[in-house]
Design a binder for this molecule. Structure first.
Ligand code: DGL
Length: 263
């Protein structure tokens, strides 16, 4: 049986890549809901319906666990999905807690980059209210970066000016961490690295999600039985889409690994 990874598009491959490195004895399905991408700028009910449809399809594939490799989808539906489906479901949230813990002692600020929907949802506000007593967390919605990513736009001359413009209002020397709170954003880690001061850490929730997946597989006694095979699926159901997902995976494999992992 396979472990499924689900995202609106190619973003969740940043999490799948981490899982493939760490769990070579598993087989995977990667499901991109590209008929409905992006999620982050749509009303929550619309996204919820797309998600349930996608997870029903994955259920029919007889999967042993599901990773919702999407912060937006997790924030609006992880609870409802868990009560509907029988397999373990692992979600993700922006790594605000570890970022705040690391930055409080040095009196540095934290900037969370995510989709508008993630930043609007009560799950995110509750998280910030719980961990950010000193109000050091700022947020910046970046839906355009999801759109660039889905178009496979990674050229410096397009991305660098865009990111510079978006980050201009933030005095980055006062920040200690930038949280990549959307699974599409690690594709732009190197672009960001060239813009932000060297002391600013870029925190990606992928490694922590895979720790959680590993723990769930172990506690359910469902680990292993595969050989690292990935099957790509897309709600667009055209072969070109599967090919694009494969290309995105290759691109990621050529990038630097994450510089900071979160538990
Ligand atoms: N990759 C997703 C996330 O982590 C959502 C991007 C989108 O579809 O807007 O939030």
């Amino acid at each position: 049986m396979r472990i499924a990874f689900l995202d609106s598009g190619i973003g969740g491959i940043t999490v799948l890549r981490e899982a493939m490195n760490r769990l070579p004895e598993e087989n995977f399905i990667y499901y991109a809901d590209t008929a409905h991408v992006p999620y982050g700028t749509k009303p929550r009910e619309v996204v919820r319906q797309s998600l349930f449809q996608a997870v029903r399809e994955l259920h029919a594939e007889n999967i042993k666990a599901l990773v919702i490799a999407c912060n937006t989808a997790t924030s609006i539906a992880v609870g409802a999905l868990r009560s509907e489906f029988p397999f373990p479901i692992i979600g993700m949230e922006p790594a605000v807690k570890p970022a705040v813990e690391r930055n409080l002692p040095q009196r540095k600020r934290v900037l969370v980059l995510a989709t508008p929907l993630t930043l609007k949802e009560s799950k995110f506000h509750d998280l910030v209210a719980k961990v950010d007593g000193e109000t050091i967390v700022d947020t910046l919605p970046l839906p355009e970066l999801v759109a660039y990513c889905e178009r496979m736009e990674f050229r410096d001359r397009i991305i660098q000016p865009f990111l510079r413009e978006k980050l201009r209002p933030y005095p980055l020397e006062q920040y200690g961490s930038i949280v990549l709170g959307c699974t599409h954003f690690p594709y732009y880690r190197e672009h960001l690295r060239r813009i932000v001061p060297a002391h600013v850490e870029l925190i990606d929730g992928g490694p922590g999600t895979v720790n959680r997946l590993q723990y769930i597989l172990d506690t359910h006694g469902i680990r292993g039985g595969g050989c690292g095979h990935v099957r790509f699926m897309s709600s667009k159901r055209v072969p070109e889409e599967t090919e694009r997902l494969r290309q995105a995976m290759q691109l990621l494999q050529s990038l630097e690994p994450p510089e900071l992992t979160t538990g």
